[in-house]
Design a protein around this ligand. Structure first.
Ligand code: ADP
Length: 547
């Protein structure tokens, strides 16, 4: 019988210890310790107070620093909890177990004690000690029951308190981990970036919450199979993504790729993915990386490019308009004069022969006005030429690459693949960079436009630069519609255009700019489809060529 009773008691203590050790939160820990202690001791009331860093010890005084507690639990629930200065000192500072059974003992659980009992109470107070710091207190009291806290009962309660103090460490670690994790999740949400680890053997990926958002994958898919990720990649980008990944896997080099993700509601997200390989503890090759949602940044870049293009167009239109306006104004006067004089001449001639002298004077005035008009045109020509050219040392590849940046969006929109074959050893040329870029811009835009209606073959723009004798030569080839013999003859004629909204001035202005630089611009015979334009710039021009 005695054995049975002991066995049952040991079992119940071991269950209580297990219950406490399983708890991983401060709240669960405090409640489990309180419940087990009340059960075991049969005390009327009790409370458990947990602090985090042992602040209870530092603040020990008569008014128990409950506001410093990480967690407080009491049974029954009370509004206030106050230990006497003497108990506080013993438990918190000296870390002693205190039992008080004398008449003067007052309840620490004020509301309850006042309501239920006005006699004296028996108190037990056990410090919870972790790494020499008092991190909490277990407090029990009974109404006037002097036999309540026997030495056997106290030993069991101290065991429960020690187990709680040990579990406190795991609760603290888990709390810290949870906080770090929340911090990371928040950081990833703000930065719109998710982290992932991809196992190249199992083809499975572990990914952070933000990755699930970017790729629009349900949270219960964990780990994520590779084909779930690839099913979200834009159809036009998938081949590029796979190629870049395979290349990184083959060479074990860092991975960096920009592509589009299409979510289930057809929303397109622009992402930049980066990753590095490492060997996992199981010997598998794994890639750790980050995927960043750059949709907003891309939209801002596009808006900036649009604005720049629009501005460039507006400036071009404005200067064409301004020039046209001044030409109209300047030429109009002599033209009006010519008409008036010619009409007068006709009148004088009709009164022949006496009008002949006057008619001849009118014709002289016509000639005078024609000279004036021609002078004005010559003057305007000089003005335009002198005002616009400013020669500096220009690295032609740099000028070309800036045009690629400017036209990046047009190339993407027209699905044109760019092949640049720039000779990196090219010397500088003396040129007006803005004017040369104007030429490049025109030639590349024409090439893109020529490929816009092409379907069924690749749209490829090839731009090359090379040193040829005492010149630098730039070639721009496309796989567009090309032109027939008649078109080819007229390409450089001013006002020749085959486009609905074309001006037909681009190529003639380009040729003019290149000629003034002392170079040449021509069209080459294309072997298959499309067109190739080429121009040269002298490496050492003596001066600008005459127009
Ligand atoms: P615009 O572009 O305003 O028509 P351009 O002088 O630049 O004026 O071009 C004149 C014409 O030359 C174009 O309308 C087009 O028919 C032809 N052209 C120019 N570049 C190309 C090209 N790369 N491929 C085919 N045709 C072209």
């Amino acid at each position: 019988m005695i054995l049975d009773k002991n066995t049952t008691e040991i079992e119940s203590i071991s269950r209580a210890l297990q219950g406490i050790s399983k708890e991983i939160s401060f709240e669960g820990l405090a409640k489990a310790l309180l419940k087990a202690s009340l059960n075991h001791s049969g005390a009327s009331r009790g409370a458990v107070l947990l602090s985090e860093e042992g602040e209870l010890l530092a603040k020990a005084d008569a008014s128990f620093p409950r506001e410093k507690a990480r967690f407080f639990a009491s049974e029954p629930p009370v509004g206030d909890f106050q230990l006497s200065a003497e108990i506080s000192e013993k438990v918190l500072t000296r870390q002693e177990i205190v039992v008080r059974q004398d008449i003067s003992a007052r309840s620490a659980m004020i509301d309850t004690a006042e309501r239920s009992f006005d006699g004296h109470v028996v108190q037990l107070c056990v410090p919870l000690i972790h790494q020499e710091r008092t991190i909490g207190v277990l407090y029990l009291e009974s109404d006037g029951d002097q036999e309540r806290f026997t030495s056997g009962c106290i030993s069991v309660l101290s065991m429960l308190a020690s187990q709680a103090a040990i579990s406190f460490e795991s609760a603290q670690l888990i709390e810290a981990l949870r906080e770090t994790n929340l911090w990371m999740i928040k950081g990833q949400q703000i930065g719109r970036m998710g982290s992932y680890r991809w196992n190249t053997r199992t083809q499975l990926t572990r990914a952070s919450r933000e990755c699930y958002r970017i790729f629009d994958i349900d949270r219960d898919v964990n780990p994520v199979p590779f084909d779930v990720f690839t099913s979200r990649v834009h159809a036009d980008d998938i081949a590029g993504v796979l190629r870049a990944l395979m290349q990184a896997v083959r060479t074990k080099s860092p991975f960096h790729h920009e592509y589009r993700v299409v979510q289930r509601d057809r929303t397109t997200v622009n992402v930049v993915a980066v990753g590095r390989f490492a060997i996992s503890p199981t010997g598998d090759m794994e890639m750790d990386g980050i995927v960043t949602d750059v949709t907003e940044r891309k939209a801002a870049e596009r808006a900036l490019l649009d604005a720049r293009n629009e501005l460039a167009r507006a400036v071009r239109l404005a200067s064409v308009g301004e020039l046209a306006g001044s030409i109209i104004h300047e030429i109009n006067q002599p033209l009006t004069g010519i008409i008036t004089s010619a009409e007068a001449c006709v009148r004088w001639l009709s009164r022949s022969p006496e009008g002949l002298a006057e008619a001849s004077r009118s014709v002289s005035r016509v000639i005078e006005q024609v000279h004036r008009a021609s002078d004005i045109v010559a003057g305007l020509r000089t003005l335009v030429r002198e005002a616009q050219f400013r020669l500096t040392d220009v690295q032609i590849n740099e000028a070309i690459e800036e045009i690629f940046v400017l036209l990046k969006r047009d190339l993407e929109q027209s699905a044109v693949a760019l092949r640049s074959k720039l000779d990196q050893t090219l010397p500088m040329v003396k040129a007006d960079k803005v004017q040369i870029q104007q030429v490049l811009l025109n030639l590349v835009r024409n090439a893109i436009e020529a490929m816009n209606s092409v379907d069924g073959r690749a749209r490829i723009l090839t731009v090359s630069s090379i040193e040829a004798g005492d010149h630098v030569c730039v070639r721009i080839s496309d796989t567009g519609v090309g032109f027939d013999e008649d078109g080819k003859r007229r390409l450089f004629d001013a006002l020749y255009t085959t486009k609905a909204g074309g001006l037909g001035l681009g190529l003639s202005i380009c040729r003019k700019i290149i000629t003034v630089h002392g170079g040449q611009l021509w069209v080459e015979d294309s072997p298959a489809h499309g067109a190739t334009f080429a121009f040269t710039l002298p490496l050492r021009p003596n001066r600008l060529a005459a127009s």
